[in-house]
Design a protein around this ligand. Structure first.
Ligand code: SF4
Ligand code: SF4
Length: 556
């Protein structure tokens, strides 16, 4: 592995090797081969921290590869990653554990009428593994001459408030013990300086939030999140055939939303085809759930037990699992400079999920991530002489282009459901863009003392879940999860909500130790950041662990 000291100054530094960051790197290097372009990522290897459903609209990816990778359609990666083009889909509504009916015809009518909900049709898109996609894009980036470095975790961003420019990033220190003392293998985190910095960290990025604070960027509405839980299941060939290699399912209703009787949580279950008799089964739940005892993994279990789902996966073997947050706040939650409107500041740009580029009407964001990476590279190429104008140029490209168009079209959709709940919110959302901007609260404020009613018979096996995510950290490193005020846990949270972090953390990181809540198993952490956004007292801070830690997704 290259030492970061060799890289103490580069032209373009990209933090995060997801689809957005890699697209930016490939486009920048291909269009200006003189640039030193470097991508750093905290994961152990390519694709290890990338998890998504995932449905991918093809245009931005095709346009990136057509200009950057001759003959890419014939490559073995293209034939593997893009093997599944969606030709059919079902949008089941599940009012109970046994009943199901397909709403596709309603969505087709919505499309015919030109309503936003019509965007939920996925015919012609790819069903992909985003881990595999990122591995492939890493190879293309490296072939183009980009330095892509894994195991490099960034801890801070160096922003000069006098000039409004970002000069570099600081890597995390390695080799501290649990108490923070230096061990023999201690290595202070280097600083990597750069002319341009692109933050492509994905949802709820650490450096992105630091830039927002240091550069005083603002969101017009708070960012909202959903938690996605996913399992990749190897099923029998006849089950796979019955499901179909080119079909996707986006379900609504049970077990997270049953109109009138409740519960009422935004989201739904998904089933996507993989290759080699694998089906990816997922559950997406709005992080504004109000039930203090709700574990999203229980909802996944109940979804898998529904007779419609069970027929495809019964007796299957879980081969991989994982969890991550999805940014859902949409157009009004994009962080911008109040003076210039720029998404970023000066020579530092925020792209992809980090900026919140997910179109919730379509439930898709990877194509926007790739497009935003291309636009960021384009803006940088035209700003060599005046780097302080880069974020403004980038934002003009974003707002006038594909990303801006899609984000505006869904601007009020998720907020409408957050405001009115799914039962009223879904029908009202049809006219959401005609409604004024709502005042909505952060997800963590939504928790109440209400109980979730569909508890499965069996406890969810969180150990097996984390084992299938292959997550690990150095056992001796300092805990990267900070509970800010333990008294709040004991005197407010325990009595009111029974310490929900213990229930909702998908990796079982939090436990009661000596009568107190504690992040007892940080080495199990999946880096999903749910605790940071769902602790009802906003009492958890996720800091970055040493590079190379975390899950090791390969096919998610
Ligand atoms: Fe409650 Fe948050 Fe403390 Fe966990 S960390 S016990 S959720 S206040
Ligand atoms: Fe996710 Fe927090 Fe649990 Fe880590 S500790 S897996 S970030 S909820």
């Amino acid at each position: 592995m290259q030492n970061s000291k060799d890289l103490n100054k580069v032209h373009v530094l990209i933090v995060g090797a997801g689809p957005a960051g890699l697209a930016a790197a490939i486009h920048a290097k291909k269009n200006n081969p003189e640039f030193d372009v470097c991508v750093i990522d905290k994961a152990f290897g390519a694709g290890n921290h990338n998890l998504s459903g995932a449905v991918l609209e093809h245009e931005p990816l095709h346009s990136l590869l057509d200009s950057a990778a001759d003959g890419w359609r014939e490559s073995k990666e293209a034939k593997d990653v893009l093997a599944q083009t969606i030709t059919s889909e079902i949008i089941p509504f599940m009012p109970s554990s046994k009943i199901v009916f397909d709403l596709l015809f309603v969505i087709k009518i919505a499309k015919w009428l030109g309503l936003g909900l019509g965007g939920m049709i996925h015919k012609g898109d790819y069903a992909v593994s985003i881990s595999k996609l990122c591995k492939w894009l890493t190879r293309i980036a490296r072939d183009a001459g980009v330095e892509v470095l894994y195991g490099f975790a960034a801890q801070d961003i160096i922003f000069d408030k006098n000039t409004g420019l970002t000069t570099g990033i600081k890597l995390v220190d390695q080799g501290l013990d649990k108490e923070g003392n230096k061990q023999p293998n201690y290595l202070a985190g280097d600083i990597i300086n750069a002319d341009f910095i692109i933050l492509a960290e994905g949802c709820d990025g650490l450096l992105t939030e630091k830039l927002i604070e240091k550069a005083k960027l603002e969101r017009k509405q708070p960012q909202l999140f959903s938690l996605g839980i996913k399992e990749l299941i190897r099923v029998r060939p006849e089950q796979y055939q019955k499901f179909g290699a080119n079909r996707v399912v986006h379900a609504m209703g049970y077990p997270i939303w049953t109109p009138i009787l409740g519960p009422a949580i935004f989201g739904g279950g998904t089933i996507y085809p993989g290759t080699d008799n694998h089906l990816a089964v997922g559950m997406i739940v709005g992080a504004d759930w109000k039930y203090y005892d709700f574990n999203p993994q229980d909802a996944l279990t109940k979804f898998k037990d529904h007779k419609f789902v069970k027929q495809f996966i019964e007796s299957g073997t879980i081969v991989e699992s994982g969890a991550k947050l999805i940014p859902e706040g949409g157009f009004h939650a994009i962080p911008r400079d109040p003076q210039t409107n720029s998404i970023g500041k000066g020579n530092c740009l925020i792209i992809g999920d980090g900026a919140g580029f997910v179109n919730m009407l379509k439930i898709r964001g990877i194509h926007l991530a790739i497009d935003s990476g291309i636009q960021a590279a384009t803006a940088i190429i035209s700003s060599v002489a005046d780097p302080e104008t880069t974020a403004v140029k980038y934002t003009e490209l974003i707002d006038k282009g594909l990303v801006g168009k899609e984000m505006k079209s869904a601007a009020n959709y998720r907020q409408t459901i957050a405001k009115f709940g799914p039962t009223l919110g879904f029908p009202i959302s049809i006219i959401s863009n005609l409604l004024p901007k709502f005042t909505i609260e952060e997800d963590y404020k939504a928790m109440t003392e209400a109980k979730y009613k569909f508890k499965p018979q069996r406890n969810f096996d969180k150990d097996a879940f984390t084992a299938a995510a292959a997550t690990e950290h150095r056992e001796e490193e300092p805990c990267h999860l900070e509970i800010l005020d333990i008294d709040t846990c004991e005197w407010e949270c325990a009595t009111k909500f029974d310490r929900p972090c213990i229930t909702f953390c998908p990796a079982g990181v939090y436990e009661i130790v000596d009568g107190k809540a504690k992040a007892a198993n940080p080495s199990n952490c999946l880096h999903c950041k749910t605790c940071q956004r769902k602790c009802p007292f906003d009492n958890i801070k996720w800091t970055v662990p040493e590079g190379g830690g975390g899950p090791r997704y390969r096919r998610m």
